[in-house]
Design a binder for this molecule. Structure first.
Ligand SMILES: Nc1nc2c(ncn2[C@@H]2O[C@H](COP(=O)(O)OP(=O)(O)OP(=O)(O)O)[C@@H](O)[C@H]2O)c(=O)[nH]1
Length: 518
């Protein structure tokens, strides 16, 4: 009887050990879930950083986040990782085919250039080599951009030759018009800080007495500056996509291998559990069935030794599992750290870029893209809270005569002063954007019909009272304004068109007035 008591106490001990093993397994699971949370957070940041580059990539990352929510669903995330890799590859292929098209375009242009007989012999030879060089495919956008620059260089050499042969090229009114338009266009483009001084000088030149040569030079310089900017932008996003691709491959491999080994250990553990339960059951059966103590002792010793053996195999298995898990988490953490750093720096660049993209460089007011975003927001609020919303379109009267009489740079300064006056006459909840040349759009929420006319006339008067003085001449600049309230069941675009039509009526009725479409 004493022996059987001993056996029972050993079984109890085994059970306690089993319980302890289960608790430590739970702890491992808890740790694993925490790491998973970090991974999900990371994928969330990644989605933010990638947002807008490729809609499918955005959706897949969102889905991946959803699947990774639960470690048990990790196998469901595997196809997403494969898909994301596929999208990145297809983006790469798309770039390659665009590059191929561009290469063919350049080949066409170079064939045309070759027809220019007056090109200097040296340039002709270079063009020939260049054409042969163009036969080879481009692998990256950086191979393409220098080729375009070179092509522009050929044009320049040929034109210089033409100019030196005949300097009787005259500047015609349409050339001056082109120069003025170019000056306006470059005000609408946001150049990098280090390029701005160069652009300012060029703007002055284009607005003054230009020669055909200066006009061509300006086109060439602007083209090279733009190409440089495109190359920088592309390089930032491409670097990021490569890093992202590499990181995703590592994460996928780690997840796959940890998933496979998990599957194997799960089966092994089930087997061991079965074996342990069988041993415990057997031991219980022996205690009740066998009467002879020495028999009982022998049989229990056999059962207990098998039980001990099974438990130690289980413990070894759990230890191995834990070490694999630790290693894979470490690998993931390292990769995640790298990519988080990449994502952060890319996010900063994107943010800077977005900020630039939403501001009109000349007036520092919101631009058209920002206006569209804000229209969406105001329209949603109008629908949701049933609050009144007005849209007003305003245009400076006879602005062309300011440019014609006092020059484009005076025109620019006038635009800046008026933009500031418009902004200062509105409340924080109201919004103004430069819609185009000398046209501005105002979004005015929560204004009643009685007040809209008062408000817009106040804005009009404010601009009219600005004491502009050009070439010692006191000038009054006026605004025409058209406004419309967004009606029930009306789209923002329809209301905008009614406001624009009202502006047209204000112009036709003598300008310097507000017309409200009712
Ligand atoms: N200086 C400068 N002028 C600009 C800019 N954008 C547009 N403009 C000029 O604004 C003028 C607009 O002229 P029009 O559309 O004929 O109209 P307007 O002279 O204002 O006459 P109304 O609108 O009929 O009262 C053109 O001369 C454009 O060149 C800019 O950024 N800077």
């Amino acid at each position: 009887m004493k022996d059987s008591e001993l056996a029972i106490s050993q079984i109890t001990l085994m059970k306690q050990k089993l319980h302890a093993a289960r608790v430590s397994l739970e702890e491992i699971n808890k740790d694993r879930n925490e790491k998973l949370k970090t991974l999900i957070q990371f994928i969330g940041n990644l989605s933010l950083a990638c947002k807008g580059q490729n809609l499918e990539l955005d959706n897949k990352l969102a889905k991946l986040r959803h699947h990774l929510h639960d470690y048990d669903q990790i196998d469901e995330a595997l196809p997403d990782l494969v898909d994301i890799e596929r999208i990145l590859k297809s983006q790469y292929n798309q770039t390659m085919s665009q590059l191929e098209e561009s290469r063919m375009g350049l080949s066409r242009v170079i064939r045309q250039i070759q027809r220019v007989n007056s090109a200097p012999e040296k340039v002709k030879k270079e063009i020939k080599y260049f054409k042969q060089d163009l036969g080879k495919p481009f692998h990256t956008v950086w191979e393409y951009i220098p080729k375009v620059e070179k092509l522009v260089g050929f044009y320049e050499s040929i034109l210089q030759q033409e100019f030196s042969q005949a300097d009787n090229y005259e500047i015609l009114p349409q050339h001056v018009q082109l120069a003025r338009e170019l000056a306006v266009k470059i005000s609408e483009i946001e150049f990098r800080k280090d390029q701005r001084d160069q652009i300012l000088v060029m703007k002055e030149v284009l607005q003054g007495d230009i020669t055909l040569n200066t006009l061509l030079e300006s086109y060439q310089t602007i083209l090279s500056l733009l190409l440089d900017n495109i190359a920088r932008e592309k390089s930032a996003s491409q670097d990021f996509l490569y890093a992202l691709n590499d990181a995703l491959t590592v994460v996928r491999d780690v997840v796959t291998s940890s998933h496979n080994s998990n599957e194997r250990s799960h089966q092994l553990k089930q087997q061991l559990n079965k074996e342990i339960n069988l041993r415990v059951d057997n031991a219980g059966g022996i205690i009740t069935d066998v009467d002879d103590v020495s028999d009982l002792k022998t049989q229990l010793t056999i059962q207990l030794s098998s039980l001990r053996d099974a438990l130690s195999r289980k413990e070894a298995l759990e230890q191995r599992e834990q070490s694999i898990l630790r290693k894979s988490i470490e690998a993931m953490r390292k990769e995640l750290n790298n990519i988080t750093q990449e994502a952060n720096s890319y996010k900063e660049k994107l943010f800077e870029h977005q900020k630039l993209n939403l501001l009109d460089p000349l007036t520092q007011l919101a631009n058209r893209a920002a206006l569209e975003d804000r229209m969406d927001v105001e329209y949603r609020n109008h629908i949701r809270f049933k609050t009144p919303l007005w849209i007003a379109v305003t245009d400076i009267d006879h602005f062309k005569s300011v440019n014609d009489n006092f020059g484009h740079s005076t025109g620019d300064k006038t635009l800046q002063v008026i933009a500031m006056a418009l902004k200062n006459s509105l409340r924080d909840s109201e919004f103004v954007a430069r819609y185009g040349g000398e046209e501005f759009v105002l979004l005015l929420p929560e204004i009643t019909e009685d007040h809209i006319s008062i408000l817009l006339n106040r804005v009009r008067e404010k601009v009219k009272n600005i004491p502009f003085k050009f070439k010692n001449q006191r000038i009054t600049v006026t605004l025409s304004i058209g406004a419309a309230q967004v009606m029930d069941n009306e789209t923002m675009q329809d209301a905008f068109e009614r406001a624009d039509a009202a502006l047209y009526r204000a112009k036709n009725n003598g300008r310097d007035r507000v017309v409200i479409d009712i």
